[in-house]
Ligand binder design. Structure first.
Ligand code: BMA
Length: 340
């Protein structure tokens, strides 16, 4: 264990590669990326922007699967090593709270987060346009869809892995119905996942850092550390050739995560490999999950690449926290307008 403590389970069987000497920056890619290639299961052209968790000594995940008619849906995948995945042949068979079948018209960018004994799936759903969908499971057999947390339009819902002051806490990014050329990260709380409130602003886009000048959105579930909540997120810039998605990192106050303690002015991963630069949508790195081991401080980050593949990258809690602190820039716009 290093200097910074992660308050999480030990996960000795998580994927890992040591930092190569050629690595630039605090995060390095898995040498065998992408871990999920094209046409991964019958009827599915691409899998990307997906989330995984440890489960019963192995791994399970909820995957954004672009079906052959171009519509995204959620598929379940299983793995022994969190690198090689086998996918169900059918979409996740959600039911509503009465036990009747429920299938979202489309579903994308899932996060999969365990809070207490329940696993929650949060995705972008069709609710008169893009909005957050929510479902829960305890056994990965029955998936119960519960109420959408917010009105449209919203994306990038990310639950904290434990309740804060007795409430569930959810990051989100209010959006528009299209490709959203704006957006900051907000936080909301709920005692029961039905009634949401205590909305606060967490982090602003841009402000001098061009790689995140247009919008930002939460990525993986925040990791609880002795320095605060470690958040991997995406930041987007606009170019004459379209958007470019990079990965950033920030540390939020442990008791009041609407307060940013540190955020790196630099991206920690930006498209440069072929599977990030070339694909259905070029130049996209879109983190959705981590696996991490409290004992060693190792972190594996799962990210969608070019809306076509899943990539894996590594860091350690010591390395990333040191980097974020060293490259921190104060951003006055992180304070919540209208409150602070
Ligand atoms: C966003 C989402 C993501 C996607 C990204 C780049 O708006 O739709 O799923 O990865 O655009 O296309």
């Amino acid at each position: 264990m290093g200097e910074i403590k992660m308050y999480a389970d030990n996960l000795p069987n998580m994927p890992w590669q040591n930092k190569p000497e050629t690595a630039i920056g605090p995060v390095w890619r898995y040498s065998e990326n992408p871990i999920i290639g094209r046409n991964p299961v019958e009827g599915v052209a691409r899998i990307f922007n997906s989330a995984v968790v440890p489960y019963e000594g192995k791994f399970i995940g909820v995957f954004r699967a672009e079906t052959n008619n171009g519509v995204p849906h959620l598929y379940l995948g299983r793995s022994e090593d969190a690198i090689h995945w086998t996918f169900d042949k059918e979409r996740i068979p959600f039911v509503n709270e009465n036990g009747e079948p429920f299938m979202p018209r489309y579903a994308y960018d899932p996060r999969l987060i365990k809070v207490e004994d329940t696993y929650y799936i949060i995705w972008c759903t069709d609710f008169y346009g893009a909005a957050l969908g929510l479902a829960k499971t305890t056994d990965f057999k029955t998936f119960v869809r519960i109420d959408n947390p917010f009105l449209p339009f919203n994306r990038n819902g990310v639950l904290f892995p434990r309740k804060l002051n007795g409430n569930f806490a959810l990051l989100s990014r209010p959006s528009d119905s299209g490709h959203t050329p704006f957006g900051d990260i907000f936080i909301s709380e709920s005692p029961d996942l039905v009634y949401w409130g205590k909305h606060k602003h967490v982090m602003t886009k841009g402000h001098g850092q061009w790689w995140q000048s247009l919008k930002i959105g939460g990525g993986a579930a925040p990791i609880e550390t002795s320095e605060g909540w470690l958040l991997f997120y995406h930041g987007v810039t606009g170019t004459c050739n379209g958007y470019v998605y990079s990965m950033g990192a920030a540390i939020l106050d442990i008791n009041e995560p609407s307060k940013v303690k540190y955020r790196s002015e630099n991206f920690i991963l930006t498209p440069e490999e072929w599977y990030e630069e070339r694909g259905f949508v070029a130049n996209v790195i879109f983190p959705c999950a981590t696996l991490h081991d409290a004992e060693t401080g190792r972190i594996a980050i799962y990210y969608g690449a070019a809306d076509s593949y899943v990539g894996l990258a590594f860091t350690t809690v010591d390395e990333i926290v040191a980097y974020v602190k060293e490259h921190h820039v104060d951003n006055a716009d992180d304070a919540t307008i209208g409150i602070i």
